[in-house]
Ligand binder design. Structure first.
Ligand SMILES: C=CC1=C(C)c2cc3[nH]c(cc4nc(cc5[nH]c(cc1n2)c(C)c5CCC(=O)O)C(CCC(=O)O)=C4C)c(C)c3C=C
Ligand SMILES: [Fe+2]
Ligand SMILES: [Fe+2]
Length: 335
């Protein structure tokens, strides 16, 4: 542990809600081959022809609806978390974003130049493995270490989707919402294209059929679907949620490829149509609240739910800078 520095990494947000900054951010994000995994000319064509002409204005408006006086929610809340983690450890701790600012390059170089640092522990703030979240952060760190020929050792904290400390922190932080009056709990996870899971599958024969992600398999080291099923199972066991009171869906679908299903937007409408009046939604793929939780679920999905007969949708806040969670991260960093 002596000589270790810690880099917490999250996804990143545009620098402002201007269409120009949102366009720059979306371009950097979607041109990442771990996010849109197509050959460069095709990816360039799709992003330029189908995404950049109209999405930046739409996304800028969405960002405006959740922007805080001090900036993007994801960035502000990740920084608050980082400040709390620092209170529980002597190790140098920094925050970087995979896209936009503060960049991984800038933060890794700062840590590498810090006196006495001989190891940088990368701790991606995502509980589950996905090539579009964890892998791209690791690839970028390796690129930076290689390009600058850095002397500290790069180590990576494993994903923590079923770690008891993470599950405890998640359940405890959700307790106040679970203590309210509610009919149904929806676990809404960020979706990914099924192709991403197949690409990273070490066994090469993962079928992604209805039950296969619940059975033991070597494929599950990198299977996002298995890992979100495990988080859900551990959560409902620990919180004592009966099986008839919860379901699981995937949000934030983009493009025409086959994504994990069911889709959260459709599921939320169906729940309202089935007579659910008070819906609780938890988004454990995100450890920090962001556009996808606050706007997509907290505003848009809530409007849809009410328009289809529901009474209220309550978004359970992410872990954000929860005290127990900050202590857990500090403890993991020191192990
Ligand atoms: C091909 C598209 C996308 C994949 C695959 C994807 C995976 C993925 N994303 C996150 C976490 C976050 N995504 C966020 C925003 C966001 N995601 C996509 C597309 C894909 N994500 C887009 C285009 C956007 C931008 C916003 C928009 O225009 O809708 C965010 C929020 C960022 C913020 O500033 O608040 C997070 C966080 C994970 C964990 C993941 C794979 C599991
Ligand atoms: Fe995303
Ligand atoms: Fe699986």
């Amino acid at each position: 542990m002596k000589g270790r520095a810690v880099l917490l990494v999250n996804l990143g947000s545009p620098d402002s809600t201007s269409v120009k900054d949102v366009r720059r951010y979306l371009n950097q994000f979607l041109m990442d081959p771990c996010v849109i995994d197509l050959p460069w000319p095709l990816r360039r064509f799709i992003v330029s022809a189908f995404v950049l002409p109209s999405r930046p204005a739409k996304s800028a408006e969405a960002y405006q609806s959740v922007w805080r006086p001090d900036g993007a929610p994801l960035k502000v809340l990740s920084q608050k978390l980082t400040d709390k983690v620092k209170q529980h450890t002597e190790l140098p701790v920094s925050l970087a974003m995979r896209y936009a600012n503060p960049s991984m390059e800038q933060e890794i170089l700062k840590l590498a130049e810090t006196d006495g640092v001989n190891e940088i522990l990368l701790l991606p703030l995502y509980p589950h493995y996905a090539m579009s979240s964890v892998k791209t952060a690791i690839d970028e760190a390796k690129r930076i270490f290689g390009q600058h020929n850095l002397s500290p050792k790069l180590t990576v904290h494993p994903v923590f989707y079923n770690h008891p400390d993470y599950i405890d922190a998640l359940v405890e932080s959700a307790r106040p919402s679970l203590a309210q009056d509610w009919d149904h709990l929806l676990f809404s996870y960020h979706g990914v294209p099924e192709r991403h899971i197949r690409k990273d599958d070490p066994t090469g024969n993962h079928c992604l059929g209805p039950d296969c992600c619940n059975k033991p398999s070597e494929a599950h080291k990198t299977c996002y679907r298995h890992q979100v099923f495990e988080t859900t199972k551990e959560f409902v066991n620990k919180a004592g949620i009966p099986d008839c009171k919860w379901s699981l869906a995937f949000q934030s679908r983009l493009g025409k490829a086959k994504w994990l299903s069911p889709a959260a937007d459709q599921t939320i409408i169906e729940l309202a149509q089935k007579g659910v009046k008070k819906l609780l939604v938890i988004c454990p793929a995100f450890t920090v609240d962001c556009l996808e939780t606050l706007e997509e679920i907290g505003i848009r999905a809530k409007e849809d739910f009410i328009a289809h007969g529901g009474e209220d949708l309550t978004l359970i806040p992410c872990l954000n800078d929860d005290e127990r969670w900050a202590k857990t991260l500090a403890h993991w960093a020191e192990q």
